[in-house]
Write a protein that binds this ligand. Structure first.
Ligand code: BES
Ligand code: ZN
Ligand code: ZN
Length: 501
């Protein structure tokens, strides 16, 4: 069940669980507490000298029966000099976990205190903490026949702050982002027996059409007819044929060139005839993470009524080995007309993307294109789960992405494009080959070079390899593997700052 957030000027008369915020090395503002509680907490904080109010660090005090409040939580915000909007959100996320362990269902968070010296106000802090709580409270339990939540979990939070309507407005804006992130996570977490290309295409239509997004679905017949031979080849081994879905959001000026986002949507990647090892293959249900981010982004843009013209395009295919499957050695013809020698059927994502990139450039004439894909294991080896490797052919676009990354907290790291890698994907018998000539070295870079061959003229283009960031595999057995929704936030930021002014 999702958490309800309220923003109020005054707290309810009787509050059981109350939270005060505390910067490191500063006395917390306890004025929201009853006299008795204030004295008690002041004393307790003095005694427990270990509490340093680091970011997200929390202490809680259970108060004697006669005191109005039952429990007081002191939530650390870290050093004031290091504090910002993102830190507040992080504190909210950490605090969610604390509240869950403590079994708290309702609480009131007082956002009083001195927030002077920042370029934001208490209301920003309230909405950022709420955003952190919201994102962390995500849960994927659709497939549990019985809710495994015998334990109580957070249901409602009141934020007490001076300009409560303003704080609510800020959080409402964030909600559009949060819902896009939830959408992307849900898609990544869905099992591949339910999320296959046709079902996925229908789901996109059901979710986005009511929000005012135009959705066009290309089935396998249309794809073959229009010459999209690369996505067709990848999908041909499966009984569940491929789809291409084009989503258009026209919230900007009529006639203005759109910007385009392209997502790899391999609903399950067995590797095909170049089959992957069995161990961990289940995780390849996340190989549609790029497409999930694009769908989530389109949802966010629609929900917040973005003043931008955006085209989202996803290539959906299931990569299976079968008698009908494409083979290593096959030469296929892409939508752009370029021929590709397939040397490894597990390097399928770049083939799916190639057709989508060509199609969107030809038909929609975007001013720039950004693709997202769980493209290579090599990217994970290089940057792990923390950073998304980003290849960009234009300095100004990279600057914009870097700034959007800083604002959203989704980390990007620029990776190189180079002629040397473009040479490596030239084939002896066709225009291109789908893996680099020197095997696995710089695998993320040769993959990017392959995609680059499908970028026309001086189209600005970025490729985000989200293999490591779309999915988190924790080493704690109690924390599940899950889709992160990576990409929605940084790209929403990009759209909002650079195309809406
Ligand atoms: N979907 C995988 C990449 C991947 C691996 C994503 C691990 C997330 C986690 C992709 O289709 C793939 O298999 N790539 C190959 C390319 C190779 C054959 C050149 C790889 O990375 O091993
Ligand atoms: Zn693969
Ligand atoms: Zn793949």
């Amino acid at each position: 069940m999702s958490v309800t957030f309220n923003f109020v000027k005054d707290k309810k008369e009787k509050v059981e669980n109350i939270v005060v915020l505390n910067f490191a090395e500063v006395q917390p503002d306890l004025s929201v507490l009853s006299k008795d509680a204030m004295l008690y907490v002041e004393h307790a904080l003095g005694v427990c000298g270990q509490y340093k109010a680091a970011l997200g660090e929390t202490v809680d005090f259970i108060l004697p029966e006669k005191v109005t409040e039952k429990r007081v939580f002191v939530l650390g915000l870290g050093k004031k000099s290091e504090f910002n909007h993102m830190k507040a959100e992080e504190a909210g996320g950490i605090f969610y976990t604390f509240l869950k362990k403590a079994g708290v269902e309702e609480c009131t968070i007082s956002v009083r205190g001195d927030f002077s010296g920042f370029d934001f106000m208490a209301e920003d802090v309230a909405s950022a903490i709420a955003s952190g709580l919201y994102l962390r409270s995500y849960n994927f339990d659709k497939y549990k026949s019985k809710a495994d939540e015998e334990l109580p979990s957070l249901k409602s939070v009141d934020f007490v702050c001076e300009h409560s309507a303003h704080a609510k407005g800020l959080f409402d804006d964030f909600k559009a982002i949060g819902q896009g992130v939830y959408q992307a996570r849900d898609l990544v977490n869905m099992p591949p027996n339910d999320l296959y290309p046709d079902a996925y295409a229908k789901l996109i239509k059901d979710e986005l059409k009511p929000l005012g997004v135009e959705v066009e679905i290309f089935d396998e017949k249309k794809l073959a007819k229009m010459g999209a031979g690369a996505i067709t080849a990848v999908g041909q081994g499966s009984d569940r044929p491929p789809r291409m879905v084009v989503m258009s959001w026209n919230g900007g000026k009529g006639g203005a060139d759109p910007i385009a986002f392209v997502g790899k949507g391999v609903t399950f990647d067995t590797g095909g005839i170049s089959i992957k090892p069995a161990a961990g293959m289940d995780e390849m249900k996340m190989d549609m993470g790029g497409s999930a981010a694009v769908v989530g982004l389109m949802k966010t843009l629609a929900l917040r009524g973005a003043k931008a013209n955006v085209v989202g395009i996803v290539g959906l295919a299931e990569n299976m080995p079968s008698a009908k499957a494409y083979r290593p050695g096959d030469i296929i013809k892409s939508y752009a007309g370029k021929t590709v020698e397939v040397l490894n059927t597990d390097a399928e994502g770049r083939l799916v993307l190639a057709d989508c990139l060509s199609f969107v450039q030809k038909i929609h004439k975007p001013s720039m294109v950004i693709d997202l894909a769980t493209l290579t294991g090599a990217m994970m080896v290089a940057l792990g789960h923390e950073y998304c490797g980003t290849f960009v052919n234009d300095e100004s676009l990279w600057k914009q992405m870097e700034q959007s990354s800083a604002r959203s907290g989704e980390k990007l790291w620029r990776m190189p494009l180079d002629e040397a890698w473009s040479k490596q994907v030239e084939s002896d018998v066709a225009d291109l080959q789908n893996i680099g000539k020197v095997g696995r070295w710089a695998g993320a870079c040769t993959a990017a070079a392959f995609l680059q061959a499908f970028i026309e003229g001086d189209t600005k283009w970025a490729h985000m390899d989200i293999a490591g960031t779309a999915w988190r595999k924790t080493d704690q057995p109690t924390v599940p593997k899950f889709g992160t929704g990576f990409g929605v936030r940084v790209l929403n930021e990009l759209v909002s700052h650079y195309y809406e002014g």
